[in-house]
Design a protein around this ligand. Structure first.
Ligand code: DLL
Length: 439
């Protein structure tokens, strides 16, 4: 007897909002923005205090550009009201809580109603579909499960799309490899540096990552470059697409990238209104195309309305391509608080990644160490050579990288090429910067 199945051949049309025109999206944004401002003002004391102090009221928002009259929300606001002070619904309506790791202070706590979770899954599923993941595929989810939004967020997205989810979580690299070989997943979800860790470990075991069943990787949660995309696509013979999100705004799925265009993440603008501001002068809102700091307003969130949230992520807004009504964000070059200022020159780890991968013999495994031996800051780039790179070649490569950094970034640094496998590997977000100046 054959069993009826509810999952086989599910229709999988796009959400109607995905194909809306820019005008339609902006008209939805306006009404949702007006509702959200009123909702937050009525329910969250912090918003009322801030808006009263700034002399603005939700009714002052008549058109989208009026948003710039409203104060920003900062991570510090969530910290001050820790744990639940910015929640807009009573606790019994909160279906789930997540929290950020809090490496630079108190953790920030975020909450979701059941409707918020449904929206999150829907938007995450849109991202995966846009990246080429298909219903019926097996999806190996190696984002960490727990308070981090990556694991459960990507999990719900993959389930919503109608895939078979393998909830592996991060870490236990040997087990990841065994499961990839045994379960034959079609797609993998993890951070870009963790996929690199898995690929490296496979090669050390004599397994060719190009021969696995994987066809697609949807990678995010940390900055990565086009050079790293190329590295991973060649290493695994896959399509690698970007996915963006942050806990305070939702989690993974705020924006996702098309596998056909691979030209940056489309922001789901029926649920989020993005802005770009001057990272060093928050009074200046920048135009599309200009580089600055991303600011997000969530337009539909119930448990934790978030208005003009300063992400500190540096990017720019670009017109929609694969989903024309929804603008894209350029690849994140870094976070304004991760910027290294070295003798007056601004530098991001992603710039080093981009340059290092242009030098034959050097691998994408590197760390940046900043010290102050005298009165001057010094940067040392510690980077692994590739397996097939001889020590003579490594010496030449070090010189080449130093020269590229001098030309493109404008600062001198010391390059220390180390043996393969020497530097710490990531199983989630990789720490690249070791600032020893105050140690
Ligand atoms: O990292 C959510 C996420 C999980 C996104 C899995 C994608 C995939 P948080 O831990 O709150 O949430 O960290 C958010 O990570 O402000 C960025 O600085 C960085 N980030 C996230 N996605 C990307 C990306 C998750 N695609 C912070 N490119 C954000 C660059 C990213 N940076």
């Amino acid at each position: 007897m054959t069993h009826p199945s509810t999952r086989i051949e599910l229709p999988n049309p796009l959400d109607p909002e995905e194909t809306m025109s820019r005008d339609q999206i902006e008209s939805i944004q306006l009404t949702r923005l007006q509702d959200t401002l009123a909702y937050a003002y009525d329910r969250v004391p912090l918003y009322k205090e801030k808006y009263d102090a700034a002399g603005v009221h939700p009714t002052d928002l008549k058109e989208l550009s009026d948003l710039s009259k409203f104060p920003f929300t900062e991570k510090e606001d969530l910290r001050k009201t820790y744990p639940f002070g910015m929640f807009a619904v009573p606790q019994h309506e909160v279906a789930r809580i997540h929290a950020s790791s809090g490496t630079t202070g108190r953790a920030t706590v975020v909450g979701y109603t059941q409707t918020d979770l449904d929206d999150w899954a829907k938007l995450g599923a849109r991202c995966l579909r846009l990246s080429g993941v298909k219903p019926g595929w097996k999806v190996h989810n190696a984002y960490g499960y727990g308070l981090f939004t990556g694991g459960l967020g990507a999990h719900a997205a993959a389930e919503r799309l109608g895939t078979t989810v393998i909830p592996m979580s991060g870490g236990q690299t040997e087990k990841q490899i065994t499961l990839i070989q045994d379960f034959q997943p079609d797609a993998i979800l993890c951070t870009p540096t963790y996929l690199l860790t898995i690929g490296d470990a496979m090669q050390r075991q004599g397994i060719d990552p190009r021969k696995t069943s994987l066809k697609t990787a949807v990678l995010g949660a940390e900055p990565w470059t086009e050079e790293m995309r190329h590295e991973l696509e060649v290493m695994f013979d896959i399509d690698a697409c970007d996915i963006y999100g942050l806990s305070e705004v939702m989690g993974p799925g705020v924006a996702g990238e098309s596998s056909e265009t691979k030209d940056g993440c489309h922001i789901w603008e029926d649920h989020f209104r993005p802005e770009i501001i001057d990272a060093f002068d928050e009074t200046k809102t920048l135009s599309d195309g200009e580089h600055g700091e991303l600011v997000f307003t969530a337009l539909t969130k119930q448990a934790l309305p978030i208005i003009r949230y300063r992400t500190h992520d540096l990017s720019r807004l670009l017109p929609g391509t694969a989903r024309e009504g929804h603008r894209r964000m350029g690849r994140i070059t870094g976070r304004s608080d991760d910027m290294i200022i070295l003798r007056g020159v601004n530098l991001f780890p992603s710039q080093i990644e981009e340059l290092a991968l242009k030098v034959p013999g050097l691998s994408p495994h590197f760390q940046l160490e900043i010290t102050r031996p005298g009165r001057m800051d010094q940067l040392a780039v510690r980077i692994e050579r590739r397996e097939d790179c001889t020590s003579d070649r490594a010496t030449v490569a070090a010189g080449e990288l130093a020269k590229l950094i001098k030309i493109h970034v404008g600062s001198s640094c010391e390059i220390d090429v180390v043996d393969p496998g020497t530097l710490a590997r990531s199983s989630g977000k990789l720490r690249r910067i070791y600032d020893m100046r105050n140690k």
